[in-house]
Design a protein around this ligand. Structure first.
Ligand SMILES: [Ca+2]
Length: 166
């Protein structure tokens, strides 16, 4: 029954266009606002890597008007140093004016289709983040991938279950 409900809700999900998509510079500014302000409080200036933003389609509306802004290599200069650590650096998904942020080491986008009773459902766009093991209720170096999908209003994740899969 759960499978059927999931399948029906997936089939009924419309592809929603992103309203108010931002140009790259504004997406970078919005995504990095918190660390930029923090760095300025330290007396520094946040410097980003050469290409911190990637245009992607996270909303499945067919338009790569959403952004992943990656702070890997971000530096609070001249004196404070690099941001990030063993858990990676801040990765921001900017969809319109909505920012979702995580500490992560890597990201990728993948489409997944479920098959039910021999029929392949429509693809679901997934943002996959490689994160610190603590995000998966494990130790730091443990493999930990958390997947997010756009529900029309926000990016949602499947909540990790307990270690026994309960
Ligand atoms: Ca889009």
């Amino acid at each position: 029954m759960i499978r059927l409900t999931l399948t029906l809700s997936l089939l009924a999900s419309p592809a929603l266009a992103t309203e108010g998509a931002l140009p790259m510079d504004q997406a970078i500014s919005l995504g990095t606002a918190e660390n930029r302000a923090w760095c300025e409080e330290q007396g520094g200036t946040l410097q980003l890597s050469d290409n911190p933003a990637t245009a992607v389609d996270l909303t499945s509306d067919g338009t790569a008007d959403d952004w992943i802004v990656n702070e890997t290599g971000a530096f609070c200069g001249p004196d404070y140093g690099f941001l990030g650590g063993s858990g990676g650096a801040m990765i921001h998904a900017v969809i319109g004016n909505k920012v979702s942020s995580w500490l992560g080491g890597a990201w990728m986008i993948h489409d997944l289709s479920f098959t039910y009773e021999g029929e392949v459902g429509p693809p679901i766009r997934m943002l996959m983040l490689g994160m610190h093991g603590s995000a998966c209720d494990s130790f730091g170096a443990a493999p930990c991938v958390v997947t997010f999908t756009w529900d029309g209003e926000r990016l949602i994740a499947y909540a990790p279950s307990g270690p026994e899969g309960e």
